[in-house]
Design a protein around this ligand. Sequence first.
Ligand SMILES: *[C@@H]1O[C@H](CO)[C@@H](O)[C@H](O)[C@H]1NC(C)=O
Length: 240
Amino acid sequence: MRAIPTLMFIFVGAYDFNSVIADDEIILEDFAAPSHTWRQLNDPVMGGVSTGTFTLTPDGLAVLAGVVSDVPSLGAPGFIYAGSVDSVRFPDVSACTAMSITARSVIPYAGYRICFGRSHPIDAKFFAYGHKADFNLPAGGEFSTVEIPFTNFSDLWDDATGDAIRTCQEDKRHCPDRDNLANLAPISIWAEGVSGKVRLEIKQLAASGCAGAPIADEISAAYDVNTRAGIARMLWDNFS
Ligand SMILES: *[C@@H]1O[C@H](CO)[C@@H](O)[C@H](O)[C@H]1NC(C)=O
């Protein structure tokens, strides 16, 4: 047993602290190896005529494709979306500041939204559950990662258009709170409120700005002591 602190000391000595501390991202879903089950839904439940599909490709993409059409009874565009439907928990992202999506919009489309959780405040619209935000992707072939600050999400949104009725910036009561960020399920990705063809190819969903990510925290706390003995001590305490 006496040998363990020495071994740990050597291991820690070889570790690249900067890469650990800079790693402030938590992966929520990697569509090359999905850990959740996703299902596609259209607006027919609300009398609309939009059509869409959500498929996983052999090269590791999730594809939301279809056509958002006007809902006849509303004379306004409907939606297509795909959401997680399993009961596997997403990681707690309450230490993070944003959600990010790595994707490309093969066809220019201006009505992308992302939504998470089941928040349903007293003044919420009937079909509106969760915190929702808009995001834009540049048209064209390139993949990009869009970071959507959690302060861009609101749980008071119009279920006919997808637009926020009151934003989180306007009224803090509609911002996601710690509990919402600790319970993200279900997550859904929408093409909503804008008519037209859609082909969104998604690689990954993540949370970013996670300053308090567990590993970074523990190691930086030890590093603050500024002695290798401090790190060895911490590991010794953890392992003994
Ligand atoms: C977040 O909201 C701000 C203010 O409305 C907006 O300027 C910004 O573009 C939004 N961010 C994203 C990624 O959509």
